[in-house]
Design a binder for this molecule. Structure first.
Ligand code: HEM
Length: 507
């Protein structure tokens, strides 16, 4: 799920250090077997392999540059760590159609005991009994369509608060940072969906948001630690461990307190299915799968971190594109006004009747997928397109490159939501040139919730407010060194009430 960017200075320092430390060490590495059958590989340098090709801007763009020059199916090497890089819909299709089970692991773990991406977590859990048990629990009690229908009222309350908070800012003529407001909204919704009334909007939301963002800012280091774990482990070095574990311990402590509160207030979170299911499985010694407290905390941390940053970044990109395309804004307003009107607040049940809004969100996800790179691992050796892939080889699918591939998309770099309204575009997920939520068994289980959260939040912002920015256009430059694809300059804008009287909600 992580898109990881390298900052040039940081990489250079790391590189110099590593070259000197490893020069001798790497002389002893064996050449991989079957080297001649591996997918094509660009020219590499001794010792560092292809690391020097990853220096420019951000890693998904560096990978995109490499694949546009050398092809969509490549074999790269960072020191002695091999990587299979895929950058086209056709190769992605071949992998997910014929080898999905074989690539149903998110790859190596950076730090075992870390709450996010560690051994107790869900995201890095190997495809097996534990992962299947937790996925079943999460879908049945939180993220499946029926569970989402049962928890709709929780989101309506929070969406109403989101609107009233923006209205308050608008009355005071205060500017807001869209990503920040969206992150708070998503954290509150997830908190209420996972812990019911035990989750305090006042005291828990800010702490959870802060720690999720701290994790997000460390993801490139987690990724690097993961990549270099094997060679460095032999030297007894665990890169960035202290910094990463500092955040992990604080998140663990907070979640432990929140779970204890849930246990003490069982009645308060009654009806909050996922926590009931977690606690029942935790207490049941005969459960299908024994889950520990660490499993619960790690899954909650990964849900807050994974859902919050991705959904809020998406909301920010969508608003930025809309502000930069006034005609699209006008069309969206017409659609919302005709379906919802101006006398009540937009609800998530309106979304199926708003195809243009959905198309705008999809087009934004195509151009700005928060998870630009999909890291996986080949569990077994296999052959793809006639090439040999050794067991245990990391796989990176560059979703960013696939979704801007000229062979799959007309005018791939242009923002044209209409393409998602055309008939032939239906079923894009099936041909795998649209994968903002990944693909196969390990694809994002939160995609339905994500479309609801982003759709309703954008709907509220467009239905009720005009948006003023400094200057004529939003600067669409991408940030470097971030977990998920983000704007380099966070989107600050001032809401102006579009509808004079505050809208009554249906609550
Ligand atoms: C716009 C918002 C979101 C985007 C773009 C996004 C994207 C992704 C991507 C790309 C992956 C990796 C998929 C793969 O390897 O094929 C993923 C995994 C995951 N996402 Fe999301 N996500 C979003 C929102 C959410 C939400 C709202 C939740 C839950 C509340 C969620 C929970 C997860 C989980 C638990 C995984 C790990 C799945 C596994 O390992 O089996 N995500 N997401």
């Amino acid at each position: 799920m992580a898109s990881v960017d390298f900052e040039n200075g940081f990489i250079s320092i790391l590189l110099l250090g590593l070259i000197s430390t490893f020069s001798l060490f790497f002389l002893f590495f064996k050449k991989p077997k079957n080297v001649f059958d591996l997918p094509p590989s660009p020219p590499s340098l001794p010792i560092i392999g292809h690391l020097h090709l990853l220096f420019s801007v951000s890693i998904h763009k560096s990978f995109q540059k490499i694949s546009s020059k050398y092809g969509p199916f490549l074999h790269l090497r960072i020191f002695n760590v091999p990587i299979i890089l895929v950058s086209s819909a056709s190769v992605a299709h071949e992998i997910f159609k014929n080898h999905d089970k074989n690539v149903s692991s998110h790859g190596a773990i950076g730090i075992d005991e870390c709450l996010v991406f560690g051994t107790s977590g869900f995201i890095k859990a190997p495809y097996g009994d534990y992962w299947k048990f937790m996925k079943k629990l999460v879908i049945a009690n939180m993220l499946g369509l029926q569970a989402l229908e049962r928890s709709r009222a929780v989101r309506e309350v929070e969406m109403d608060r989101f609107y009233r908070n923006l209205l308050d800012k608008a009355m005071k003529k205060e500017s807001v940072e869209i990503g920040e407001e969206a992150m708070r909204l998503v954290t509150c919704i997830l908190g209420k969906m996972s812990m019911g009334r035990s989750f305090s909007r006042e005291s828990d939301e800010a702490k959870v948001t802060k720690l999720s963002l701290e994790f997000a800012s460390l993801t490139q280091k987690i990724f690097l630690g993961q990549l270099l774990r094997k060679p460095l482990e032999k030297l007894g070095i665990s890169p960035f461990k202290r910094e990463i574990m500092n955040v992990s311990y604080r998140f663990d402590e907070l979640l432990e307190k929140m779970i204890v509160k849930c246990e003490e207030e069982e009645e308060e979170h009654q009806g909050c299915e996922i926590m009931d299911a977690f606690l029942a499985a935790y207490r049941d010694e005969d459960a299908e799968c024994n889950i520990t407290r660490n499993h619960i905390k790690a899954l909650l941390a990964e849900l807050y971190f994974g859902a919050g940053d991705t959904s809020s970044k998406t909301a920010q990109w969508v608003m930025a594109e809309i502000i930069n395309h006034p005609k699209i804004l006008e069309k969206l307003r017409e659609e919302i006004d005709s379906v919802v009107g101006k006398t009540r607040l937009i609800q998530e049940t309106d979304l199926p009747k708003l195809p243009y809004l959905q198309a705008v969100i999809k087009e934004s996800l195509r151009l700005h997928p928060p998870g630009a790179l999909l890291p996986r691992e080949f569990e077994q050796e296999c052959k793809i397109g006639g090439f040999y892939i050794p067991k245990g080889t990391p796989l990176v699918i560059n979703a960013y490159a696939v979704m801007r591939d000229v062979d799959s998309w007309q005018d791939p770099d242009e923002f044209k939501p209409e393409r998602f309204l055309e008939k032939e575009e239906v079923g894009r997920e099936k041909i795998l040139n649209f994968l903002p939520f990944g693909a196969g068994r390990r694809s994002c289980p939160g995609s339905n919730l994500a479309y609801i959260l982003v759709g309703t939040a954008i709907g509220v912002m467009l239905q009720c407010f005009d948006w003023q920015i400094q200057g004529d256009k939003v600067n669409m430059e991408e940030a470097t060194g971030r977990a998920f694809l983000a704007l380099a300059h966070p989107l600050h804008c001032t809401p102006l009430p579009r509808i004079l009287n505050p809208l009554p909600s249906d609550l």
